[in-house]
Design a protein around this ligand. Structure first.
Ligand code: FAD
Length: 554
């Protein structure tokens, strides 16, 4: 193998993976990693749990050190070294050594950029105060932890209800701090469809978290020494001893931009199939780079740890040997736990698919995560999104407790292979009562999708723009309906439906509602076979529709 000099910018997820793979593939290569911060190869994803004290030993976050890189891999890792410019025509980088204050140039044969992303911080007053934080690296988590330990804040405001925001809500509550959560969107976890996020919201409210949705932060209230509150556009003031800003990140592209490398439409660094930038000697991976989207088959930006690690590994191999497999497209599979509630997504949400103009439909399964007769089944809501004509699976979301991860990962695998709802319906999944059901919740969702796609029934998903003008038929029992139904619903329990068909108008569409969708499907089959031409089930049942504006308390 030819000796090559490989320089890597950034020594965490993508950078560390690139460096070690490069070494495994090329023992002769000279490999240098420049890392601006004090630490390399740390577990960013573990930081919220360290703040919340679930991870107690700080060293556990540090997966490797410059010494272990040298000892185990003969890789030269230089921390506190910031790459300040790339000079592509000279094949050099300019480096600033923060320890000595010296600047120097380093040459490369191949350069791998993995500089990550920067938290976005608006131009509010007081963002530099000692009680206002973002969370990106180990020193950030040290600062938050030390502030909590020494200043004993009573009230925190977390701005932004994305994945990191929610993990920090949990961490701060676990430290005994009162938490207000502020989100600009009308829901928490904006990548998910809204009805999947209500259980997450409820879990936080049950833990005393005050949630402000559709709420814009106007400014922070800075008294000249520290921030005392968060001011919302609607005039509210939220008391704050600690503020965490987690409203998203931006790809770190300055080095690439200034070096004239092409940026993609997303704003991240554009790459070819092997993570090479517009200069083929320079690779870009991780949060700074675009990846290919599994479903859109187009470049996109998905700042997550898995894609960064996988692309880094392959870029390291390519840089070291001149060839590698191409990183697989990315479906954006992500998961979060807030207290005991777990929410996850893979692929497109229903809303996203509709925005793209795809002819998408959704199927739900609301069941226990394993057989109901075996003790301990936890409720799980699963939403499967697919394309009507091609029957291709487009994505899935799940919320519940145990077993959410498994279902989403199975759908992620299905997406990887371009699978259909028929593939999913036939997947041979592991089953014993403590783990699943002979008809797994995933199978049920796929069966519902097949029934819809085959024309056995038509579903209307919450959020579908279809208007419900016609007859809404609620087939639940009176006791269930007493807790609420949709406005104007005709109430005929399914056990009486065959005898009371004349109470419905065959000339108008019927929208059938039940608890979770199963009885509505059975009722729809009765109606269809009794001459009702237009019958729709309200997908997911009252559980999913109860937050719609058309709800009427029983
Ligand atoms: P990073 O891992 O951020 O590494 C970039 C490094 O480059 C940084 O250390 C930076 O100091 C260095 N650098 C930047 N510019 C320069 C320069 N000019 N010179 C030298 N060094 C430079 N993802 C998930 O999939 N699941 C999770 O549960 C999850 N949880 C997360 C929790 C937190 C708190 C955070 C912050 C992120 C989380 N992520 C999670 C996202 C995940 O950590 C990132 O997607 C991943 O780390 C990106 O890898 P990267 O190599 O692109 O960037």
């Amino acid at each position: 193998m030819a000796a090559r000099k490989i320089v890597i910018v950034g020594g965490v997820a993508g950078g560390a993976s690139a460096a070690t793979r490069a070494r495994r593939m090329n023992e002769q290569a000279e490999i240098i990693v420049f890392e601006r911060g004090e630490y390399v190869s740390f577990a960013n994803c573990g930081l919220p749990y360290y703040v919340g004290n679930s991870i107690q030993e700080r060293e556990k976050l540090l997966l490797a050190t410059p010494e272990t890189f040298k000892r185990d891999f003969n890789i030269d890792v230089r921390t506190r070294h910031e790459v300040t410019a790339i000079l592509p025509e000279k094949r050099q980088v300019s480096v600033f050594d923060h320890q000595t204050g010296k600047r120097f140039q380093e040459s490369y044969d191949r350069l791998i950029l993995s500089p990550g992303a920067e938290p976005f911080v608006p131009a509010w007053d007081g963002t530099g105060r000692f009680n206002v934080f973002t969370l990106r690296d180990v020193p950030d988590s040290d600062r938050i932890k030390s502030y909590v330990d020494h200043h004993h804040p009573e009230q925190a405001v977390v701005i932004g209800a994305g994945f990191i925001g929610l993990e920090m809500v949990e961490a701060l509550r676990e430290r005994g701090i009162g938490v207000s959560l502020v989100e600009l969107q009308p829901q928490v976890l904006p990548p998910l469809d809204p009805e999947l996020t209500y259980p997450v919201e409820r879990a936080m409210r049950d833990q005393g978290v005050r949630i402000h949705l559709s709420a814009a932060v106007l400014n922070l209230e800075d008294d000249g020494e520290r921030v005392r509150g968060v001011l919302l556009a609607d005039g509210q003031r939220l008391e704050a001893d600690l503020v965490l800003i987690s409203i998203g990140v931006r790809p770190s592209v300055e080095l690439a931009r200034e070096a004239g490398l092409e940026l993609g439409k997303s704003g991240a660094i554009a790459c070819d199939a092997f993570s090479r930038t517009s200069d083929e000697r320079i690779y870009a991976v991780g949060d700074a780079a675009e990846v290919r989207h599994q479903l859109l088959d187009a470049p996109t930006w998905i700042p997550l740890a898995g894609p960064a690690n996988r692309a880094g590994r392959l870029a390291g191999e390519h840089a070291a040997t001149g060839s590698s497999r191409a990183p697989a497209p990315v479906a954006g599979t992500a998961i979060v736990r807030v207290f005991d509630t777990v929410a996850a997504i893979t692929g497109l949400s229903f809303r996203h698919a509709q925005r793209l103009g795809l002819d998408a439909d959704a199927a739900y399964s609301l069941r226990g995560h394993h057989a109901g007769y075996y003790p301990g089944a936890q409720e799980m809501i699963l939403k499967l999104i697919y394309e009507r004509g091609s029957r291709r699976v487009l994505g899935a979301q799940a919320v519940g407790g145990r077993g959410v991860d498994k279902r989403i990962d199975v759908v992620a695998a299905c997406l990887h292979f371009g699978g259909t709802i028929d593939d999913l319906a036939g997947f041979d999944l592991a089953y014993a009562p403590p783990f699943g059901a002979a008809k797994d919740p995933l199978h049920i969702a796929a069966f519902v999708a097949q029934n819809q796609a085959d024309g056995l029934c038509s579903g209307v998903a919450p959020g579908d723009p279809a208007d419900l003008s016609g007859q809404i038929l609620d087939v639940r029992t009176e006791a269930e309906i007493a807790l609420g139904t949709l406005d104007g619903a005709i109430r005929i329990p399914i056990s009486e439906l065959r005898a009371r068909l004349d109470e419905l108008d065959r000339g108008r569409p019927v929208y059938v509602l039940c608890g979770v969708g199963q009885r509505a499907y059975n009722a729809a089959r009765i109606l269809k076979q009794n001459g009702f031409p237009e019958v729709f089930t309200l997908s997911g049942g009252f559980k999913m529709w109860q937050h719609s504006s058309a709800v009427h308390a029983g």
